[in-house]
Design a protein around this ligand. Structure first.
Ligand SMILES: Cc1cc2nc3c(=O)[nH]c(=O)nc-3n(C[C@H](O)[C@H](O)[C@H](O)COP(=O)(O)OP(=O)(O)OC[C@H]3O[C@@H](n4cnc5c(N)ncnc54)[C@H](O)[C@@H]3O)c2cc1C
Ligand code: FES
Length: 260
C-alpha cells in the first residue's frame, strides 16, 4: 500500500451522482497535509500489476478535512479511459488508494472580491470546493456561477482536455527547437519550432509518463542533464545544467539531453 510521496486513503462511501459520475468519499491517513479549495491531487492505483497515476480535483471543502478527516473526489467515466473506468468498476467501500499531496493555484481571492466562475462538465469539481468553502467561511462578496453541460441528463462532461498550452507572446525572435538526446533509450531527434519534449519523445517512439499535457500534473517531469529549454507557458529559460523539467511544456532551445 506504500507509494513514495503518497498517503493511503480508504474509501468510506461511494455516491452515484449521475449515470457516469461518482463521488468517492476518502479518509486519508492523518499524515496527509491537507489542501486549499480549488486544488487537485494525484492518485495512484494498481491495475493489472502496473501503477497508474491520474489527477483529480478535491471536490469537498477543506473544512470537511479539518473536521472529519475526509475528502471527496468526483470522477466521471471517460469513454475509453483506463483509470476512471477502473475506479467506477472496482473502487468500493473499504478499499485503499494512494493519494498524493495537493497542489495547484486555482485559489479563492483574498480578501474577498466578486467572483464569476465559468465551468463546463466535470470542470465543476474545484468550483464545488470553492463554493462550499465560501459558504462555510461567510464569503462577503457576490458570487456567480455559469455552468454548462451537454444535455439535461448529463450534468457532467469532460472539461480537462489536453489542449496544447498556448505559447507565451514574448518568444518571437527566439531560437526554438534543437537536437534532443534521450539518454536512457539512446534515441536522438531534433526539432525546429515549438514542439515540446513530450511530443518529440512520442514522435521518436518513446512513451514517457504524462497526464494533463498542459503543465499542471507534473507527471511528465524528467531529469534534463544538459542544455536549455524554454517553458512555453511562462517564456522562461531554464538553466543549462541538470534539473527537473516538465516534458509537456518544455521546448528545446538548442541541444538538450534528457534522462529518459
Ligand atoms: C488538474 C486536473 C483536475 C482534474 N479533475 C478531475 C475531476 O475532478 N474529475 C474528473 O472526472 N476528471 C478530472 N480530471 C480529468 C482526469 O484526470 C482524466 O479524466 C483522467 O486522467 C482520465 O484518465 P483515464 O485513465 O480514465 O483515461 P486515459 O486512459 O488516460 O485516456 C484518456 C483519453 O485518451 C484516450 N486514449 C487512451 N489511450 C489511447 C490510445 N492509445 N489512442 C487513442 N486514444 C487513447 C482515451 O479513450 C481517453 O479518452 C482532471 C484533470 C486535471 C489535469
Ligand atoms: S503531462 Fe502534466 S505536467 Fe506535463
Amino acid at each position: 500500500m506504500l507509494v513514495q510521496g503518497h498517503t493511503p486513503a480508504r474509501v468510506e462511501q461511494v455516491i452515484q451522482e449521475t449515470s457516469d459520475t461518482r463521488t468517492f468519499v476518502l479518509k486519508p491517513a492523518a499524515r496527509w497535509t491537507g489542501f486549499q479549495a480549488g486544488q487537485h491531487a494525484n492518485i495512484c492505483v494498481e491495475i493489472d500489476g502496473i501503477r497508474r497515476t491520474r489527477t483529480f480535483s478535491l471536490s469537498s471543502s477543506p473544512e470537511l478535512w479539518a473536521q472529519q478527516g475526509r475528502v471527496t473526489l468526483t470522477i466521471k467515466r471517460l469513454p475509453g479511459g483506463l483509470v476512471t473506468n477502473w475506479l467506477h468498476d472496482n473502487l468500493s467501500y473499504g478499499l485503499v488508494i494512494s493519494l498524493g499531496e495537493a497542489f495547484g493555484d486555482f485559489l479563492l481571492p483574498e480578501p474577498a472580491q466578486p467572483v464569476l466562475f465559468i465551468a463546463g462538465g466535470s470542470g465543476i469539481t474545484p468550483v464545488l470546493s470553492h463554493l462550499e468553502t465560501m459558504a462555510a467561511q461567510d464569503f462577503r462578496a457576490p458570487v456567480n456561477l455559469l455552468y454548462f453541460v451537454r444535455t439535461q441528463q448529463d450534468i457532467h462532461s469532460t472539461f480537462f482536455s489536453a489542449a496544447a498550452p498556448a505559447l507565451s507572446a514574448d518568444l518571437s525572435g527566439q531560437i526554438l527547437g534543437g537536437k534532443v538526446r534521450f539518454e536512457k533509450s539512446g534515441l536522438e531527434t531534433s526539432s525546429e519550432g515549438d514542439a515540446s519534449l513530450l511530443d518529440m519523445a512520442e514522435a521518436s517512439g518513446l512513451t514517457p509518463r504524462h497526464g494533463c499535457r498542459m503543465g499542471i500534473c507534473h507527471q511528465c517531469s524528467c531529469r534534463k542533464t544538459s542544455g536549455t529549454v524554454i517553458n512555453r507557458l511562462t517564456g522562461q529559460h531554464s538553466g543549462p545544467g541538470e534539473e527537473s523539467v516538465q516534458l509537456c511544456i518544455s521546448i528545446p532551445h538548442g541541444p538538450v539531453t534528457i534522462d529518459a
